[in-house]
Ligand binder design. Sequence first.
Ligand code: BGC
Length: 872
Amino acid sequence: MLRTTNLKVEYKINPLGMDEPAPRFFYQLSGDSKAQSAYRIIVTAECGKTVWDSGYVASAESVQIAYKGEKLVEHTRYCWKVRVKDENGLESPWSVVEAYFETGFAETSWSAKWVSGRNGPGNLTAPERMFRDFNIPGKITKARLYITSLGLYEAYVNGEKITDDCFTPGWTDYYHRVQYQVYDVREFLREGANTLAACLAEGWFSGRIARVWMDGKPTYGNHPLLRAELHIVMENGENMKIVTDEEFRALIVEGPIRMSDIYMGETYYADRENENWRIPGGDNRKFGVPVHAENPNVEIVWQSGESVRRIMALNPVKIIKRPSGTYIVDFGQNITGRERFTLKNTVAGTTIVIKHGEMLNSDGSLYTQNLRTALATTTYTCGASDAEVYEPTFTYYGFRYLEISGWPGELIADQISAQVIHSNLEVTGTFACSSPLLNKLYSNIVWGQRGNFLDIPSDCPQRDERLGWTGDTQVFANMATFNMFSATFYTKWIDDLNSSLLNESLCFPAFAPDPIRIDKIPATGWADAGIICPWVMFNKYGDTRLLTRHFKNMCHWLDWQVANANGSFIVKNAIYGDWLNIDAKTPENFLSTAYLAGMTRLLAKIARLIGFNEEADRREIIAKEIREAFGREFFSADGEISAKTQTAALLALNFEIVPEHALKKTIEFLVNDIAVTRGLHLSTGFLGTPLLMNVLTKIGRIDLAYDLLQQTSYPGWLYPVTQGATTMWERWNSWSDKDGFGDVGMNSFNHYAYGAVGEWFFETVCGINAVSDSLGTRAFKRFKLAPQIGNSLTHAAAEYNSIYGRIRSQWKRSGAKVSWEFTVPCNTSAEIIFPTSSISHVAGLETTEGISIGKDGAIFAAPGNYRFEFTL
Ligand code: BGC
């Protein structure tokens, strides 16, 4: 029998405030049956009246099932349950967990106004505090707070913080859209006097990050604004609504946070701490002045993204007292987050200054030059009290080390921790193998993701940048979606990418959200994120909605390039080139045309997949024309590639656009350049590096791929590992024992882009591959297990909790003898490709239950756990 588990709506467990008109349902299956033959979903409004009974639908699909019931009504809880039939028609029980979703503002508009205590241009000031007292005349049964801000908010009901979410409402394209959150605040409210309050900071809206490269001029807006509605249902059935309007008050006396800014840090005066302002009748209320309302033209959308949370805390591994009396605290790991400390018996007026850095200088002092203009400093002035606990609220830092001056007394490890903060995504991948260096590299990749998945996919978390660079994330997205369940995270970001189109060309920007829009020319390899990232969402999660929703913009980006080529199909808009290549510049037109060819072919595939067949036919023809033009332009008659760089050869091979007659020489050039000319080293930058391992594998040089991966000297993936890296670095030599720090202009120690290589651990070393085809087969419904065993490793194991369930592939070898264990989750099937010269080497293959061998020799495994022994 089957059982349904892990029920989700729009990728979320029981979301509040979900405004998709046709939300999609997901569940996983377990049990001893193999496959689903039909499903039945029932949705009820307020857990009573049925609004959709799908009846039994003959389908094997358990993900991306769109709601087809009565029109959903706003501010309503919908409960749902699912049951299925297995391959023999045997019914499962109904799902047992309580599964629901609540709608928010689907179609109604907000009655609340956007309010602020400030008038006119703000000037990076302290957060402001707003509140509203109100009376509840009886007992209540339900209360929901719908809240958002332009800027960052922290909300309180009767003095209590209502959530552990950080950095709400998140960073979206504030020119067009901002998310709202919904919280169940019933437990905080009481009959009688109540207070709804919020603290509001500049954040991504009007802080320095929105003004970077703009000489400090505001972009989205001058100052933060708040908008909130508290909906209360009384026991007697009456409804009450408290909304932000001119009845709200702002305090004119500023609070303890004197300054808070994402780049600059936070300045806090504990003696100004007085939480009275946010409780009913607080004694400092006389300072309240009415707020004023504004009407920014921005759409308020439901939170399709994930909340940001404190995910873990690290303790110091070392505390060093410097001769000057300052402390250096080492957490042993470069992270994104902030410090939290405890003080006892403080003396008012003592000021503690905490600076954040990723590295130490050779004299043991903190290295902060790479932060550029980001001050990244916490300044804390003590009040007089028995105990003070502090963690900044509206800022974050990228750091491994703290430099603390002014600490009263001796600093001990118990007093301070590092709070690791990022989007709260479920971990879905693990990898380990026999090489400690590769294991450390994998750990660094995951930490790179943790460090840069703070609501948006950023380039780095420490310097005065922290922007959603599109090139970085298009190369990393496939890896990211192995490591963590990133469907919500990217769904939201892809929407922002599509709403942040460049002003003139209307093409995808270089980073999103984009407050600045300084790039006039859309960039090859960066703008292409607009096609690649939704494609990854299809591959990993079977999501076609993003492809359909953003298809027009994908077409426009490619058409814009073709139109600019005046009929030649040779385009030139690779404005960042093969970023950070090692003395191996690939001509701009080569990069752009190769990408255009590859993306046009991908777009044809996407068009076919979502049912735009004419468009698919047309794109296939254009793809062929570009490929031919590319062949003529960049290859000689005798098969020489004109651009003699690894990246050039990699792109052409990866996109399969090398003319037939040039294939052999191109491969020879690539292999020779890596193995001989560069002495087993790469010379690639951001666009070439992610292709190296996959292309070497594709051309049958798995041996060279393993050797290159395991190169420990500069440049290469393991070089930073040998230099003590705990995250991915922007440059292979951001720091070295021999030469010290790299170019300070751009020297991040937490840049995930080169971490893209980790996909090879899953897809090739352990061989877990989604099979997505143009017939609409969903990701991992069918997949391939095809590990490729290199000489240098004796074991490797990967687990991937796919959207259908847990896939596992784990091998061990001793000489030519291999044992391989794998798991195929319920309701999927896997094609199994044994890494052996002949399947006759695989003991007991044909007699193993669940294994079937097709006429063409293809081997398939039904759901289950398997173990095989064979020789290579
Ligand atoms: C960022 C990169 C980004 C690049 C564009 C840099 O400043 O840190 O990661 O992709 O600019 O070339």
